[in-house]
Design a protein around this ligand. Structure first.
Ligand code: TUI
Length: 309
């Protein structure tokens, strides 16, 4: 099935969740550009999500979604708010949403969970997901171990529902590659961080613009906590040093408390978590979101015509 048919979009592209960044207003910008904008509910409570849904609706009549982070302490509340507010699409991340899928589906919501493995993707298909978003470890933020290149075709082969590719996509060539791997669309985050409308601190945007191919690192791999990909800085260096020295998960958690907010709102790119994917190295220019999205599909077409196989 075509992703545009499932979501009611013009472009088969979903904006990544991006906790603390993707407000209702930003999601509306992306939806108005013809893709699917998402409100990132991150660690918001139910009423904050409701407010963002209403803000989004005030700015667009196009389909949009809410991304639900499964580690959110207000998960139960949010799972009800998306039903009450008749949100068209829900995506999930950082956990298994299996037990919520039936009630969301019964409310007419399209459900697209992120799966970092074939096993979870299969389970989610059995639970009734409309499609799965397969996110490779190239992505920014919380990540699994497998790459987009290796994981997407394995999930495509194992499932009958549509698969959306995420992680490592910031150009038309990568969109084309995702389709070649059997995906029906893409999810992108990092390339939208450098959109004019993205409501992050200027310093965060500059850090992404400046980053090269080797400038991101995954913290939390050694300690067995939640692995998170960020742009390398003082925080990631100290975090990894603490992990190597055998720091306890609680100590590490306390160390990063509020670190994403510090980067997003205060522009503290030294002790903050500047979450971004490996493609930060190719996001070198600030442009309107609409132009970024249109360029991805125009470039995809040119790259297809130029394929020399
Ligand atoms: O969720 C994301 N990316 C995120 S969430 C986030 S907020 C956060 N900050 C610090 C620590 C943890 C979270 C920042 N970035 N991407 C989607 C994603 N989902 N990546 C990996 C997963 C995932 C992992 C395990 C999905 C399901 C899963 O299931 C495990 C299980 O229960 O079977």
């Amino acid at each position: 099935m075509k992703l545009n048919e499932l979501l009611g979009t013009k472009y088969p592209l979903i904006q990544g969740g991006m906790a603390n960044i993707a407000t209702g207003e930003f999601a509306a910008v992306i939806s108005n550009a013809g893709a699917l904008g998402l409100i990132a509910s991150g660690s918001m409570d139910g009423e904050a999500v409701r407010e963002q849904i209403r803000n989004c609706r005030a700015k667009t009549d196009k389909p949009f979604g809410v991304n639900i982070m499964m580690m959110n302490p207000h998960l139960e509340e949010i799972s009800k708010v998306v039903i009450e507010e008749k949100v068209p699409v829900v995506t999930t991340g950082a956990g298994n949403p299996g037990k919520y899928i039936a009630e969301w589906k019964a409310a007419g919501i399209k459900v697209l969970p992120v799966a970092p493995t074939v096993a979870l993707a299969k389970r989610l298909e059995r639970n009734g997901a409309d499609a799965v978003i397969v996110e490779g470890t190239e992505a920014g933020g919380h990540v699994g171990d497998l790459t987009t290149m290796a994981l997407v075709p394995q999930v495509v082969d194992a499932l009958s529902i549509p698969v959306v590719a995420a992680g490592g996509i910031a150009s038309g060539r990568q969109v084309l590659a995702a389709f070649a791997l059997g995906a029906c669309g893409v999810q992108v985050g990092t390339c939208l961080l450098v959109s004019e409308e993205c409501p992050i601190h200027e310093n965060y945007k500059k850090a992404v613009l400046k980053a090269g191919d080797t400038d991101t690192v995954v913290t939390g791999k050694i300690s067995g906590g939640a692995p998170v990909r960020c742009i390398k800085n003082k925080m990631t260096r100290e975090y990894v040093a603490k992990e190597r020295a055998g720091a306890k998960p609680e100590e590490l958690e306390e160390y990063t408390l509020g670190s994403l907010r510090r980067a997003v709102f205060d522009g503290d790119t030294s002790t903050g978590s500047v979450m971004a994917g490996q493609v930060a190295g190719m996001c070198n220019e600030v442009k309107p979101a609409k132009e970024i999205i249109e360029n991805l599909f125009a470039e995809c077409k040119t790259a297809y015509e130029k394929l020399d196989v």
